[in-house]
Design a protein around this ligand. Sequence first.
Ligand code: COA
Ligand code: AMP
Length: 634
Amino acid sequence: MTSRQIDEHRRSLADPEGFWREAAVAIDWERRWDKLLDDSDAPFYRWFRGGRLNTCWNALDRHVENGRADQCALIYDSPMTGTVKRFSYRALRDEVAKLAGALQSLGVTRGDRVLIYMPMVPETVMAFLACARIGAVHSVVFGGFAAPELAARIDDAKPKVILAGSCGIEPGRIVAYKPLLDQAIELAQHKPGATVVLQRPQHPCALVAGRDHDWHELVGKATPADCVMVEATDPLYILYTSGTTGQPKGIVRDNGGHAVALQWSMENIYGVKPGEVFFAASDVGWVVGHSYIVYAPLLCGCTTVLFEGKPVGTPDAGAYWRVIAEHGVTALFTAPTAFRAIRRDDPDGTFIRQYDLSKFRTLFLAGERADPATVQWAEHHLQRPVIDHWWQTETGWPVSANCVGLGVQPVKHGSATRVVPGYDLQVLGPDNAAVKPGEIGALCMKLPLPPGCSPTLWQADARYIQAYLTDYPGYYSTADAGFIDEDGYVFVMTRTDDIINVAGHRLSTGAMEEVLSAHPDVAECAVIGVADALKGQVPLGLLVLKAGAKTGHATVAEDVVALVRARIGPVASFKLAMVVKRLPKTRSGKTLRGTMRAIADGETYKVPATIDDPAVLDEITDYLRSVGLAKAKL
Ligand code: COA
Ligand code: AMP
């Protein structure tokens, strides 16, 4: 089949309203919109203004009404607890309606925020949908964050209620969520009215009288709630993501544009049809989990897999193949880092051959650059298309992809294929003009962005403009740099800001520097991302101590590692810190991050002519060698 992606892309830009009007037919609306694209408050564009719908209705109830009541909607597969549970669309709808009723019994109504701090269990999916059902706005916080990060999100979102699990389960350890939650509520200025705690048998917790409710008790008493219709432009959720400072950005997703874009993406990008099984091996705490574990597969009438496990070690590197074979998965979506882990443990693909993968058609990778070696390894062993595609929390769905549903195109290793219909992607130079094909520049999207993309930041319009719309007037800046080749293939090469990508998780080096600076002996510091064979990048902290600091170097390094874990969380994977006499800087005082990164990555580098003290580079090199990172100097 020849690909229709280029034609569809052209059509989407020539007539965006016509294109999205057609796509919107796939969604049930209580009231049709007045204005398909409202540009009256540009640069804040709103899609489907005046339309009314309910996302939970579209994800569950309508399928129950339309013949899918007994089809499986959700498969919970947990090697962590040795459990597999299946929920039909009817069963999931009924559970969600009861949980929604429980939220109403706590006074939650349309527009109220509900924070979700929960592990990968079916009740978490129900929590998303219960909020959507009554028009409440959920904000999910990933379990690998520490209490201060949770507190920052509580203060920003100001939730009326918090839904929490008693614990998460990581290989070899239980993560007790409740003490983290209690500490976060203690730290936060805003206090939620109530919390609802799901007691997991692996680690139940004590409840605070008058504030904490037992999940099952509360839900058991609740009256099932009907869907509350909301405006298409009402927020469905807030999801916090790393910015360049310690203050995370609250990405907002609306109801109407989100439903239309995600439903369109399932059939056209992922090539998946209603009734088929989709497996996004991510975490519900990230955007991939929001879009492709929860909303998109259910909007489309598919079966979604919620996997509480890891690509390796639960129990082995065959875990994904077992899930695919056992549940008849059509498409798998995960991060390249997961594949690097699988390849490390099973270099010959032995596990792959042990399972029946006959229903499995396509592997999708995103979250970080898919290195060609990993893609080639996966192609060789799977003998199926391996699709690298690029997107961000802000967009909520892919910007650049091989749209399998529109006809698969040849893969170029290192490229996320072509721009997806709806996005007007340009590569811009510093003068705001498009560069030539093949030249590197800033990857920017001409406004307006298509439906589904974050229209602003939660209660922070000015920050939205400053962060995304200021550097390239008329465009949304992705903060990624790359190029588009002569064939229109997009290559995403690097971030242009202080964000690093660790095991597919987006982290702010600025936020880590804020933590390091808080150590009483640290005068100055820098955190850079250095190449790591498994995680893509890991953070490295460089510390300059205050004159007269009494603590030994090794102790300060250990202290800051512990501090980052306590303040940001284990997800930061911050394990490397070294004390240096001074940071390498230019004579004008700019820290030479690029040079330090090149040293750490073992790349050839040139000692910059502008450096104030070249000897400091040797000191850094010695340390990096001692921890197994190499150098090459010109
Ligand atoms: N709750 C609590 N802690 C968590 C957590 C969670 N939900 N998820 C991760 N952590 C902890 C881990 O236990 C680890 O702690 P440790 O320092 O005590 O070992 C730390 O956070 C770092 O986790 P991670 O980056 O996942 O590294 P890992 O070494 O445990 O596992 C991989 C490496 C490759 C197996 C793992 O990163 C992985 O499965 N990646 C898949 C990619 C993915 O899901 N990406 C999401 C975007 S698509
Ligand atoms: P997140 O918001 O956590 O999804 O992270 C988004 C960032 O991850 C992007 O801005 C990119 O820097 C990076 N990223 C995601 N997917 C890809 C990809 N396929 N290729 C290169 N970088 C990617």
